[in-house]
Design a protein around this ligand. Structure first.
Ligand code: FO1
Length: 317
């Protein structure tokens, strides 16, 4: 089957899945809509962690151990900054620093985040289109016992340790999806929209909090498939399960499916979760969801596409 595929993605888990998709599809058919709720300004630089994790992953540059930043990185800038008593809690490697400097320079010159992302993708040789969800700022904030924290304060400085009582996506209400995002989501030849295995609250939540994106998804007749980021009650990486518990949600694949219930047609879960009770309107497909090797990523991508194609044909998956 041919046709374009749109995937919504956050950082490491989503990016691994996107890489799998890019290897089983013609990359020109693939559009990634990236979360920008984690973006912030640091040391005077515009940082877009999820966009960069996706770009580095697709360019083969990501550090596989850390899951962020570049492989074979050097840290001379950080060491020099530390010596001077500067802020070093958020680590910027030397090669990564160049990307933030260039993004900041282009934004200051009047380019949009979409323009800059397209430029960086081109320079890094990335095939699929990578689109920020919006060019308007959206900032994820979390309410903890110590009050509201900016996303990176919570995530990096506090290592996701404080319990989360509430999440908000500042700016999402009034943020406009970019024209490219709207065009991708309303493409009449769309084969599937896939919600990647990213944190539903921190990575996918901000994207879906933009009213124009939610409406475009609801108006699209192509199948919408989500891939679970949780296996046997544990997040593949990061604080998703912990946060869901703290917010009184079911911290399981079933809990993720319930959160997406009004949006998705099918849900891909790991075989260990296949027997859970999912909302009856959602078709469930079991496929190994742990992505250790490149083959794992390709197989999970193929399973998500098969779920979408099965729906399009009206077949049972
Ligand atoms: N995550 C960390 O845990 N510590 C860091 O020092 C750190 C630096 C960093 C620099 C650039 C970048 O693009 C990402 C970076 N991340 C770091 C990852 C990032 O904070 C989160 O993984 C994402 O925002 C969540 O998807």
């Amino acid at each position: 089957m041919t046709g374009a595929v749109v995937v919504l993605s956050g950082g490491v888990g989503g990016a691994k899945f996107v890489l799998g998709l890019s290897r089983v599809l013609d990359p020109a058919q693939l559009t990634v809509i990236a979360n920008t709720g984690d973006d912030f300004e640091h040391l005077g630089l515009a940082i877009s962690p999820d966009i960069d994790t996706i770009l580095y992953t697709l360019a083969g540059l990501l550090d596989p151990e850390r899951g962020w930043g570049r492989r074979d990185e050097t840290w001379i800038f950080m060491e020099a900054l530390e010596r001077l008593g500067g802020e070093t809690w958020f680590r910027l490697g030397d090669g990564d620093l160049a990307l933030h400097v260039e993004r900041t320079r282009r934004l200051a010159g009047g380019a949009t985040l979409s323009d800059v992302t397209a430029h960086l993708a081109c320079r890094l040789g990335v095939g699929p289109r990578v689109l920020p969800m919006s060019d308007d700022p959206v900032r994820t904030r979390l309410r903890t016992p110590d009050g509201w924290l900016d996303f990176q304060d919570y995530f990096v400085r506090c290592r996701c340790e404080p319990p989360v009582h509430e999440i908000r996506y500042d700016g999402a209400d009034t943020a406009a999806p970019t024209a490219a995002v709207l065009a991708a989501l309303s493409d009449p030849r769309l084969r599937a929209i896939i919600i990647g295995p990213s944190n539903p609250l921190l990575s996918i939540g901000p994207i879906l909090a933009i009213p124009g994106i939610r409406a475009a998804l609801a108006n699209q007749s192509a199948p919408v498939v989500a891939v679970s980021p949780i296996i046997a009650g544990q997040a593949i990486k990061g604080p998703a399960a912990k946060m869901m518990r703290e917010l009184g949600l079911l911290s399981s694949a079933e809990g993720v499916a319930r959160g997406y219930e009004d949006l998705i047609d099918a849900f891909v879960v790991d075989p260990v979760d296949a027997k859970a009770t999912f909302p009856s309107a959602i078709r469930v497909l079991a496929a190994p969801a742990l992505m250790k090797t490149i083959g794992d990523r390709e197989r999970l991508a193929i399973a998500a596409l098969a779920a979408a194609d099965g729906l399009a044909r009206g077949a049972s998956v």
